[in-house]
Design a protein around this ligand. Structure first.
Ligand code: NAP
Length: 414
Protein backbone atom coordinates (compact mmCIF):
# COMPACT_ATOMS: atom_id res chain seq x y z
CA UNK A 1 0.00 0.00 0.00
CA UNK A 2 1.30 3.46 -0.88
CA UNK A 3 2.05 5.94 1.92
CA UNK A 4 -0.36 8.90 1.96
CA UNK A 5 0.80 11.91 0.00
CA UNK A 6 2.27 14.62 2.25
CA UNK A 7 -0.25 17.40 2.87
CA UNK A 8 1.00 20.59 4.43
CA UNK A 9 -1.48 22.11 6.82
CA UNK A 10 -1.59 25.73 7.81
CA UNK A 11 -3.43 27.56 10.54
CA UNK A 12 -5.27 30.04 8.34
CA UNK A 13 -6.06 33.41 9.84
CA UNK A 14 -9.56 34.70 9.08
CA UNK A 15 -11.66 37.73 10.06
CA UNK A 16 -15.30 37.26 11.07
CA UNK A 17 -17.39 39.46 8.73
CA UNK A 18 -20.34 39.32 11.10
CA UNK A 19 -18.48 40.95 13.97
CA UNK A 20 -15.93 43.13 12.13
CA UNK A 21 -16.75 46.85 12.30
CA UNK A 22 -14.43 47.76 9.40
CA UNK A 23 -12.37 50.19 11.49
CA UNK A 24 -9.19 49.40 9.49
CA UNK A 25 -7.14 48.88 12.66
CA UNK A 26 -5.95 45.40 11.56
CA UNK A 27 -4.90 46.58 8.12
CA UNK A 28 -2.99 49.48 9.66
CA UNK A 29 -1.35 47.22 12.24
CA UNK A 30 -0.26 44.35 10.01
CA UNK A 31 3.50 44.78 9.59
CA UNK A 32 3.62 42.80 6.33
CA UNK A 33 0.49 44.07 4.54
CA UNK A 34 -1.25 40.70 4.67
CA UNK A 35 -4.63 42.27 5.47
CA UNK A 36 -6.68 44.03 2.85
CA UNK A 37 -10.33 44.96 2.25
CA UNK A 38 -12.97 45.91 -0.29
CA UNK A 39 -16.06 48.02 0.31
CA UNK A 40 -17.44 45.29 2.55
CA UNK A 41 -15.02 42.73 4.03
CA UNK A 42 -11.58 42.70 5.66
CA UNK A 43 -9.57 39.65 4.59
CA UNK A 44 -6.20 38.00 5.23
CA UNK A 45 -3.86 36.77 2.51
CA UNK A 46 -2.83 33.25 3.55
CA UNK A 47 0.28 33.44 1.35
CA UNK A 48 1.54 36.48 3.25
CA UNK A 49 0.27 36.03 6.84
CA UNK A 50 2.97 34.73 9.21
CA UNK A 51 0.70 34.50 12.28
CA UNK A 52 2.74 37.17 14.06
CA UNK A 53 -0.33 38.20 16.06
CA UNK A 54 0.35 41.95 15.84
CA UNK A 55 -3.22 42.57 14.69
CA UNK A 56 -4.93 40.51 17.40
CA UNK A 57 -4.85 42.73 20.47
CA UNK A 58 -5.63 46.09 18.82
CA UNK A 59 -8.86 44.74 17.27
CA UNK A 60 -11.70 46.31 19.26
CA UNK A 61 -14.23 43.53 18.61
CA UNK A 62 -12.35 40.22 18.56
CA UNK A 63 -13.51 39.60 14.96
CA UNK A 64 -9.82 39.28 14.06
CA UNK A 65 -9.10 36.21 16.16
CA UNK A 66 -10.34 33.31 13.98
CA UNK A 67 -8.35 30.39 12.69
CA UNK A 68 -9.00 27.34 10.54
CA UNK A 69 -6.69 24.43 9.99
CA UNK A 70 -6.48 24.07 6.23
CA UNK A 71 -4.41 22.23 3.66
CA UNK A 72 -1.94 24.84 2.39
CA UNK A 73 -2.98 24.24 -1.19
CA UNK A 74 -6.67 24.61 -0.31
CA UNK A 75 -6.52 27.74 1.85
CA UNK A 76 -9.38 30.18 1.40
CA UNK A 77 -8.52 32.70 -1.30
CA UNK A 78 -9.01 36.45 -0.94
CA UNK A 79 -11.88 36.27 -3.44
CA UNK A 80 -13.63 33.63 -1.35
CA UNK A 81 -13.19 35.64 1.86
CA UNK A 82 -14.46 38.82 0.20
CA UNK A 83 -17.70 37.05 -0.71
CA UNK A 84 -18.48 35.81 2.81
CA UNK A 85 -21.31 36.98 5.02
CA UNK A 86 -20.20 34.62 7.76
CA UNK A 87 -17.20 32.43 8.52
CA UNK A 88 -17.21 28.86 7.20
CA UNK A 89 -17.15 25.99 9.68
CA UNK A 90 -13.87 24.15 10.24
CA UNK A 91 -13.58 21.52 7.51
CA UNK A 92 -12.89 17.94 8.45
CA UNK A 93 -9.25 17.14 7.73
CA UNK A 94 -8.47 13.53 6.95
CA UNK A 95 -6.60 11.72 9.71
CA UNK A 96 -3.75 10.72 7.35
CA UNK A 97 -3.13 14.36 6.51
CA UNK A 98 -2.91 15.32 10.16
CA UNK A 99 -0.46 12.52 10.82
CA UNK A 100 1.76 13.65 7.98
CA UNK A 101 1.62 17.28 9.05
CA UNK A 102 2.60 16.41 12.60
CA UNK A 103 5.80 14.70 11.44
CA UNK A 104 8.95 16.36 12.80
CA UNK A 105 10.55 18.59 10.21
CA UNK A 106 7.21 19.34 8.61
CA UNK A 107 6.81 22.92 7.46
CA UNK A 108 3.28 23.88 8.44
CA UNK A 109 2.59 26.91 10.60
CA UNK A 110 0.67 25.04 13.26
CA UNK A 111 2.59 26.47 16.20
CA UNK A 112 1.39 28.87 18.83
CA UNK A 113 1.12 32.53 17.94
CA UNK A 114 4.20 34.61 18.45
CA UNK A 115 3.68 38.13 19.70
CA UNK A 116 5.29 40.74 17.53
CA UNK A 117 8.03 42.60 19.34
CA UNK A 118 7.15 45.97 17.81
CA UNK A 119 5.81 48.38 20.42
CA UNK A 120 2.34 49.63 19.68
CA UNK A 121 1.91 53.37 20.22
CA UNK A 122 -1.09 52.64 22.41
CA UNK A 123 -1.49 50.36 25.40
CA UNK A 124 -3.06 47.01 24.79
CA UNK A 125 -3.12 46.39 28.50
CA UNK A 126 -5.64 48.03 30.77
CA UNK A 127 -4.62 50.15 33.78
CA UNK A 128 -3.66 47.76 36.58
CA UNK A 129 -6.60 48.83 38.73
CA UNK A 130 -9.28 48.98 36.01
CA UNK A 131 -12.56 47.29 36.82
CA UNK A 132 -13.26 43.96 35.12
CA UNK A 133 -14.78 44.62 31.67
CA UNK A 134 -17.48 42.35 30.30
CA UNK A 135 -17.14 41.87 26.54
CA UNK A 136 -19.05 40.23 23.68
CA UNK A 137 -22.14 39.47 25.77
CA UNK A 138 -24.24 40.28 22.71
CA UNK A 139 -23.36 39.77 19.05
CA UNK A 140 -24.58 40.55 15.56
CA UNK A 141 -26.37 37.20 15.54
CA UNK A 142 -27.67 37.50 19.09
CA UNK A 143 -28.03 41.23 19.77
CA UNK A 144 -29.64 43.02 22.68
CA UNK A 145 -32.53 45.43 22.16
CA UNK A 146 -32.44 48.82 23.86
CA UNK A 147 -35.14 51.48 23.92
CA UNK A 148 -34.43 55.12 23.09
CA UNK A 149 -35.05 57.14 26.22
CA UNK A 150 -34.04 60.45 24.66
CA UNK A 151 -32.35 61.96 21.64
CA UNK A 152 -31.37 65.60 21.52
CA UNK A 153 -29.11 67.78 19.46
CA UNK A 154 -26.03 68.97 21.32
CA UNK A 155 -24.72 71.45 18.78
CA UNK A 156 -26.37 74.84 18.27
CA UNK A 157 -29.20 74.94 15.71
CA UNK A 158 -27.17 77.10 13.34
CA UNK A 159 -23.97 75.08 13.81
CA UNK A 160 -22.58 73.26 10.78
CA UNK A 161 -22.43 69.89 12.51
CA UNK A 162 -25.40 68.01 13.92
CA UNK A 163 -24.19 66.12 17.00
CA UNK A 164 -26.67 64.16 19.09
CA UNK A 165 -26.76 62.91 22.64
CA UNK A 166 -28.71 59.66 22.57
CA UNK A 167 -29.80 57.79 25.69
CA UNK A 168 -30.51 54.07 25.39
CA UNK A 169 -32.28 52.12 28.12
CA UNK A 170 -31.79 48.40 28.76
CA UNK A 171 -34.73 47.84 31.14
CA UNK A 172 -33.99 44.79 33.24
CA UNK A 173 -31.49 43.22 30.81
CA UNK A 174 -27.85 42.76 31.85
CA UNK A 175 -25.61 45.15 29.93
CA UNK A 176 -22.66 46.15 32.12
CA UNK A 177 -20.39 48.76 30.57
CA UNK A 178 -17.34 50.69 31.72
CA UNK A 179 -16.13 54.15 30.76
CA UNK A 180 -14.00 53.85 27.60
CA UNK A 181 -15.82 50.76 26.30
CA UNK A 182 -17.86 50.75 23.09
CA UNK A 183 -21.03 49.21 21.77
CA UNK A 184 -21.91 48.05 18.25
CA UNK A 185 -24.99 49.58 16.64
CA UNK A 186 -26.72 47.35 14.09
CA UNK A 187 -28.62 49.54 11.64
CA UNK A 188 -31.79 47.88 10.28
CA UNK A 189 -32.15 47.05 6.60
CA UNK A 190 -29.70 46.14 3.89
CA UNK A 191 -27.00 47.85 1.85
CA UNK A 192 -27.01 48.48 -1.90
CA UNK A 193 -26.08 44.86 -2.59
CA UNK A 194 -28.94 43.54 -0.46
CA UNK A 195 -26.74 42.41 2.43
CA UNK A 196 -27.51 43.36 6.03
CA UNK A 197 -25.62 46.43 7.20
CA UNK A 198 -22.56 45.69 9.30
CA UNK A 199 -22.46 47.13 12.79
CA UNK A 200 -20.80 50.41 13.69
CA UNK A 201 -18.99 51.12 16.91
CA UNK A 202 -19.64 54.00 19.30
CA UNK A 203 -17.90 54.81 22.57
CA UNK A 204 -20.22 55.23 25.52
CA UNK A 205 -20.43 58.77 26.85
CA UNK A 206 -21.83 57.84 30.26
CA UNK A 207 -20.27 56.30 33.36
CA UNK A 208 -20.68 52.70 34.53
CA UNK A 209 -23.66 53.42 36.77
CA UNK A 210 -25.75 54.87 33.97
CA UNK A 211 -26.39 58.09 32.13
CA UNK A 212 -28.72 58.76 34.99
CA UNK A 213 -27.02 57.52 38.15
CA UNK A 214 -28.49 54.20 39.24
CA UNK A 215 -30.38 53.62 35.97
CA UNK A 216 -29.69 50.80 33.52
CA UNK A 217 -29.03 53.16 30.62
CA UNK A 218 -26.15 54.68 28.68
CA UNK A 219 -25.53 57.55 26.30
CA UNK A 220 -23.81 57.94 22.93
CA UNK A 221 -22.37 60.98 21.17
CA UNK A 222 -23.18 60.77 17.46
CA UNK A 223 -22.36 63.19 14.68
CA UNK A 224 -24.59 63.01 11.61
CA UNK A 225 -22.34 62.10 8.67
CA UNK A 226 -23.43 63.90 5.51
CA UNK A 227 -20.31 63.66 3.38
CA UNK A 228 -17.59 61.15 2.61
CA UNK A 229 -13.86 61.57 3.25
CA UNK A 230 -13.50 63.52 0.00
CA UNK A 231 -16.23 65.98 0.97
CA UNK A 232 -18.77 64.57 -1.49
CA UNK A 233 -22.38 64.31 -0.24
CA UNK A 234 -22.95 60.89 1.35
CA UNK A 235 -25.23 59.93 4.22
CA UNK A 236 -23.65 57.78 6.93
CA UNK A 237 -25.87 54.74 7.48
CA UNK A 238 -25.61 54.35 11.24
CA UNK A 239 -25.16 58.00 12.21
CA UNK A 240 -28.26 59.13 10.31
CA UNK A 241 -30.23 56.18 11.65
CA UNK A 242 -29.20 57.06 15.22
CA UNK A 243 -29.67 60.83 14.90
CA UNK A 244 -33.22 60.29 13.55
CA UNK A 245 -34.32 57.92 16.32
CA UNK A 246 -37.36 58.96 18.34
CA UNK A 247 -38.04 58.35 21.99
CA UNK A 248 -39.54 54.85 22.36
CA UNK A 249 -37.84 53.42 19.26
CA UNK A 250 -35.84 50.23 19.73
CA UNK A 251 -32.24 49.62 18.62
CA UNK A 252 -30.29 46.38 18.12
CA UNK A 253 -26.87 46.42 19.75
CA UNK A 254 -23.84 44.19 20.23
CA UNK A 255 -21.09 44.35 22.84
CA UNK A 256 -19.82 45.56 25.16
CA UNK A 257 -16.41 45.86 23.45
CA UNK A 258 -13.00 46.99 24.65
CA UNK A 259 -10.61 45.55 27.20
CA UNK A 260 -7.87 48.16 27.53
CA UNK A 261 -9.16 51.73 27.02
CA UNK A 262 -10.39 51.75 30.61
CA UNK A 263 -9.89 54.13 33.49
CA UNK A 264 -7.90 53.35 36.63
CA UNK A 265 -9.95 52.47 39.68
CA UNK A 266 -7.44 53.42 42.37
CA UNK A 267 -7.40 56.66 44.32
CA UNK A 268 -5.11 59.51 43.30
CA UNK A 269 -4.63 58.40 39.69
CA UNK A 270 -4.50 61.42 37.38
CA UNK A 271 -6.19 61.54 33.97
CA UNK A 272 -4.75 63.46 31.02
CA UNK A 273 -7.51 63.53 28.38
CA UNK A 274 -7.07 64.82 24.83
CA UNK A 275 -9.97 64.74 22.38
CA UNK A 276 -11.53 66.29 19.30
CA UNK A 277 -15.23 66.50 18.39
CA UNK A 278 -17.23 63.40 19.19
CA UNK A 279 -14.03 61.80 20.52
CA UNK A 280 -15.20 63.54 23.70
CA UNK A 281 -17.54 60.61 24.44
CA UNK A 282 -15.15 58.56 26.64
CA UNK A 283 -13.82 61.74 28.29
CA UNK A 284 -17.33 62.70 29.32
CA UNK A 285 -17.84 59.21 30.76
CA UNK A 286 -14.59 59.32 32.74
CA UNK A 287 -15.10 62.90 33.94
CA UNK A 288 -18.62 62.12 35.12
CA UNK A 289 -17.41 58.98 36.90
CA UNK A 290 -14.87 61.10 38.78
CA UNK A 291 -17.47 63.77 39.53
CA UNK A 292 -19.81 61.18 41.04
CA UNK A 293 -16.98 59.68 43.09
CA UNK A 294 -16.57 63.04 44.85
CA UNK A 295 -19.73 62.23 46.79
CA UNK A 296 -18.17 59.25 48.51
CA UNK A 297 -14.45 59.91 48.26
CA UNK A 298 -12.28 62.61 49.80
CA UNK A 299 -11.52 65.33 47.25
CA UNK A 300 -7.77 64.83 47.54
CA UNK A 301 -8.13 61.13 46.60
CA UNK A 302 -9.76 61.96 43.29
CA UNK A 303 -6.56 62.59 41.35
CA UNK A 304 -6.11 65.45 38.89
CA UNK A 305 -8.05 65.81 35.66
CA UNK A 306 -6.48 67.70 32.77
CA UNK A 307 -8.55 67.98 29.58
CA UNK A 308 -7.70 69.30 26.11
CA UNK A 309 -10.77 69.42 23.90
CA UNK A 310 -10.84 70.56 20.26
CA UNK A 311 -13.82 71.66 18.17
CA UNK A 312 -14.49 73.97 15.27
CA UNK A 313 -16.35 76.57 17.38
CA UNK A 314 -17.93 76.69 20.81
CA UNK A 315 -21.33 76.07 19.14
CA UNK A 316 -19.95 72.79 17.74
CA UNK A 317 -18.42 71.51 20.94
CA UNK A 318 -20.38 68.55 22.28
CA UNK A 319 -21.03 68.98 26.01
CA UNK A 320 -19.69 72.51 26.02
CA UNK A 321 -22.44 73.78 28.31
CA UNK A 322 -22.27 71.12 31.07
CA UNK A 323 -18.47 71.00 30.92
CA UNK A 324 -18.13 74.70 31.50
CA UNK A 325 -19.99 74.35 34.76
CA UNK A 326 -17.39 72.02 36.26
CA UNK A 327 -15.25 73.86 38.82
CA UNK A 328 -11.63 74.58 37.95
CA UNK A 329 -10.42 72.77 41.08
CA UNK A 330 -12.12 69.60 39.79
CA UNK A 331 -10.88 69.73 36.18
CA UNK A 332 -8.27 71.85 34.40
CA UNK A 333 -9.90 72.33 31.01
CA UNK A 334 -8.40 73.76 27.83
CA UNK A 335 -10.65 74.27 24.80
CA UNK A 336 -9.20 74.67 21.32
CA UNK A 337 -11.35 76.22 18.59
CA UNK A 338 -10.25 75.98 14.98
CA UNK A 339 -12.84 77.91 13.00
CA UNK A 340 -13.81 81.02 14.94
CA UNK A 341 -13.96 84.00 12.57
CA UNK A 342 -11.16 86.53 13.11
CA UNK A 343 -9.32 84.20 15.48
CA UNK A 344 -6.23 82.16 14.70
CA UNK A 345 -6.88 78.45 14.36
CA UNK A 346 -6.14 76.54 17.57
CA UNK A 347 -5.73 72.77 17.85
CA UNK A 348 -5.47 70.66 21.01
CA UNK A 349 -1.73 70.26 20.49
CA UNK A 350 -1.34 74.08 20.53
CA UNK A 351 -3.22 74.28 23.82
CA UNK A 352 -1.06 71.48 25.22
CA UNK A 353 2.09 73.42 24.38
CA UNK A 354 0.65 76.51 26.07
CA UNK A 355 -0.07 74.48 29.17
CA UNK A 356 3.21 72.59 28.85
CA UNK A 357 4.17 72.93 32.50
CA UNK A 358 0.86 71.45 33.73
CA UNK A 359 1.21 68.58 31.22
CA UNK A 360 4.81 67.94 32.22
CA UNK A 361 4.00 67.93 35.93
CA UNK A 362 1.18 65.49 35.40
CA UNK A 363 3.41 63.17 33.37
CA UNK A 364 5.73 63.00 36.40
CA UNK A 365 2.93 61.53 38.51
CA UNK A 366 0.64 58.51 38.54
CA UNK A 367 -1.01 59.59 35.31
CA UNK A 368 -3.08 57.82 32.65
CA UNK A 369 -3.32 59.35 29.16
CA UNK A 370 -6.38 59.04 26.91
CA UNK A 371 -6.51 60.33 23.34
CA UNK A 372 -9.68 60.07 21.26
CA UNK A 373 -10.95 61.63 18.06
CA UNK A 374 -9.62 62.40 14.61
CA UNK A 375 -6.78 60.25 13.35
CA UNK A 376 -5.05 63.39 12.08
CA UNK A 377 -4.49 64.83 15.55
CA UNK A 378 -2.40 61.89 16.73
CA UNK A 379 0.82 63.11 15.15
CA UNK A 380 0.39 66.65 16.45
CA UNK A 381 -0.37 65.43 19.97
CA UNK A 382 2.61 63.07 20.01
CA UNK A 383 4.90 65.87 18.81
CA UNK A 384 3.55 68.20 21.50
CA UNK A 385 4.19 65.58 24.21
CA UNK A 386 7.72 65.04 22.89
CA UNK A 387 8.47 68.78 22.88
CA UNK A 388 6.95 69.37 26.32
CA UNK A 389 9.07 66.57 27.76
CA UNK A 390 12.20 67.84 26.00
CA UNK A 391 11.73 71.30 27.50
CA UNK A 392 11.53 69.88 30.99
CA UNK A 393 14.46 67.51 30.46
CA UNK A 394 12.41 64.32 30.18
CA UNK A 395 12.95 61.54 27.67
CA UNK A 396 9.56 61.21 25.98
CA UNK A 397 10.43 58.08 24.00
CA UNK A 398 11.37 56.22 27.18
CA UNK A 399 8.43 57.56 29.17
CA UNK A 400 6.00 56.75 26.36
CA UNK A 401 7.22 53.17 26.08
CA UNK A 402 6.95 52.78 29.88
CA UNK A 403 3.43 54.20 29.93
CA UNK A 404 2.35 51.91 27.10
CA UNK A 405 3.79 48.88 28.88
CA UNK A 406 2.04 49.89 32.12
CA UNK A 407 -1.36 50.39 30.48
CA UNK A 408 -1.14 54.15 31.00
CA UNK A 409 -1.27 55.42 27.41
CA UNK A 410 -4.41 54.87 25.37
CA UNK A 411 -5.32 56.04 21.88
CA UNK A 412 -8.59 55.63 20.01
CA UNK A 413 -8.66 57.56 16.75
CA UNK A 414 -10.49 57.08 13.46
P1 NAP B 1 -14.47 67.55 13.82
O1 NAP B 1 -15.61 68.35 14.30
O2 NAP B 1 -14.32 67.36 12.36
O3 NAP B 1 -13.10 68.13 14.34
C1 NAP B 1 -12.91 68.46 15.67
C2 NAP B 1 -11.74 69.41 15.78
O4 NAP B 1 -10.51 68.74 15.48
C3 NAP B 1 -11.85 70.58 14.80
O5 NAP B 1 -11.52 71.73 15.50
C4 NAP B 1 -10.84 70.23 13.77
O6 NAP B 1 -10.28 71.37 13.11
C5 NAP B 1 -9.77 69.59 14.62
N1 NAP B 1 -8.73 68.94 13.85
C6 NAP B 1 -8.73 68.59 12.54
N2 NAP B 1 -7.53 68.10 12.19
C7 NAP B 1 -6.75 68.14 13.29
C8 NAP B 1 -5.39 67.79 13.55
N3 NAP B 1 -4.61 67.28 12.62
N4 NAP B 1 -4.92 67.98 14.81
C9 NAP B 1 -5.71 68.48 15.77
N5 NAP B 1 -7.00 68.85 15.59
C10 NAP B 1 -7.51 68.68 14.36
O7 NAP B 1 -14.49 66.16 14.55
P2 NAP B 1 -15.58 65.03 14.50
O8 NAP B 1 -16.25 65.03 13.17
O9 NAP B 1 -16.44 65.14 15.70
O10 NAP B 1 -14.68 63.74 14.56
C11 NAP B 1 -14.26 63.16 15.71
C12 NAP B 1 -13.62 61.83 15.42
O11 NAP B 1 -13.77 61.05 16.59
C13 NAP B 1 -14.27 61.04 14.29
O12 NAP B 1 -13.24 60.55 13.47
C14 NAP B 1 -14.99 59.93 15.03
O13 NAP B 1 -15.05 58.74 14.27
C15 NAP B 1 -14.09 59.75 16.22
N6 NAP B 1 -14.67 59.07 17.38
C16 NAP B 1 -15.98 59.16 17.69
C17 NAP B 1 -16.47 58.44 18.77
C18 NAP B 1 -17.92 58.41 19.13
O14 NAP B 1 -18.27 57.64 20.02
N7 NAP B 1 -18.78 59.17 18.50
C19 NAP B 1 -15.60 57.69 19.55
C20 NAP B 1 -14.26 57.65 19.22
C21 NAP B 1 -13.81 58.37 18.13
P3 NAP B 1 -10.59 71.79 11.59
O15 NAP B 1 -11.30 73.10 11.71
O16 NAP B 1 -9.25 71.95 10.95
O17 NAP B 1 -11.44 70.74 10.94
Amino acid sequence: MNAPEAVILIRQHLIDPEVCIRCNTCEETCPIDAITHDSRNYVVDADKCNSCGACISPCPTGSIDHWRTMPKTGAYTLEEQLSWDELPQQQEIEAESLAVAAEPGGEPGMGALQVNAAVSPSSITAPWSAAHPYINLYTLKAPITATVAGNFRLTAEDAESDVHHIVLDFGNQFFPILEGQSIGVIPPGTDASGKPHYMRMYSVASPRDGEREGYNNLSLTVKRVVEDHDGKPALGVASNYLCDLQKGDTVSLAGPFGTSYLMPNHANANLLMICTGTGSAPMRAMTERRRRLLKTQAKEQNGKLLLFFGARKSEELPYFGPLRKLPAEFIDMHLAFSRVPDQPRAYVQDKMRHAGQAVSELLDGDTYVYICGLKGMETGVMEALRDICKESGKDWAGLHAKMVAEGRFHVETY
